[in-house]
Ligand binder design. Sequence first.
Ligand code: KG4
Ligand code: ZN
Length: 392
Amino acid sequence: MLILNKTARVFFKPSKRKVDGFLRSFNFHPGILFLHKIVLGIETSCDDTAAAVVDETGNVLGEAIHSQTEVHLKTGGIIPPVAQQLHRENIQRIVQEALCASGISPSELSAIATTIKPGLALSLGVGLSFSLQLVDQLKKPFIPIHHMEAHALTIRLINKVEFPFLVLLISGGHCLLALVRGVSDFLLLGKSLDIAPGDMLDKVARRLSLIKHPECSTMSGGKAIEHLAKQGNRFHFDINPPMQRAKNCDFSFSGLQHVIDKIIMQKEKEEGIEKGQILSSAADIAAAVQHTTACHIAKRTHRAILFCKQRDLLSQSNAVLVVSGGVASNLYIRRALEIVTNATQCTLLCPPPRLCTDNGIMIAWNGIERLRAGLGILDNIEGIRYEPKYVV
Ligand code: KG4
Ligand code: ZN
């Protein structure tokens, strides 16, 4: 009931720029009137409450995001009920901000698109129940979104990338390599057998207590590792990349995490410091873990490119590798991937960092892609459920 009242406020708040927004939703050509498709996208699958309004030409009309990173940094990881509570506290404001910024009145929306899978059950539930009530009040079509599909298609909002292309998604919750053959046509080539690279970097950063480091205290684990690695020497530790002999495109990061744990313990002994204090060799450890992660990701991606080219699944001369997800904002990892794409005559494309991490724009854009392709647009929302489990 509380949420119902909140959505009602979003819906009934009169838009100051209603006429402007209405006019913007049309393109005038002499004698012809085109109605643009406009989608509101809502994302709450993990720890970001995000919303955006995007039109079919890729214009971001309005956007808002509330990140929970700071809270979860303090608790040393995401506590699902805390994430749920924060989503509840922020979703109405965030959706309202995105709509107000767009100047679009809710009645002008073509559809509402919301992440329903995969993710944290408690987080997905907040976005879905809020969206379904909005859909019901506005009488708009609903487009359920697969979070990974949205990450993969984001690049098409900014670059003219045709299908098929290869996508590498690397973040705190996901790690996969897939051939994208169409809006909802993915061939999974490889995935992490255990944890995602961002999760591993977050754990290493926590073990190194980087939150206490004056330069890193507000950074995510991965960003803190990248920052500190610039001051370190990766050659101080000799670590083998995981799965060197595996004849597939899968990944593994938990073995690397254990190797780093052992190194940290050893160094704590040598330096005579307690767990929780910052090692003088922290920057070297950060450089070594970042380098090994980059090598592993680059090698598995190289295999996937060769596999696709051998089987003519990708163009021989015009193949595109898209890299996205929070870890894709790491410039060292990007450079390692650049070496691979240069060697295989591929083009490497990465969305800008703000579109690599979770956001509402990618969800709205996925809605536009699905509207254009006529895929998965629901007029009847009965029986819609969120699906926390990861399925491609
Ligand atoms: O895509 P994202 O915002 O959320 C999901 O996991 O879906 O990615 C967040 C992850 C975190 O694990 C964070 O440590 C990592 O991306 N990350 C980075 C960098 N910035 C964020 N990892 C490496 N280098 C970075 N610069
Ligand atoms: Zn994500």
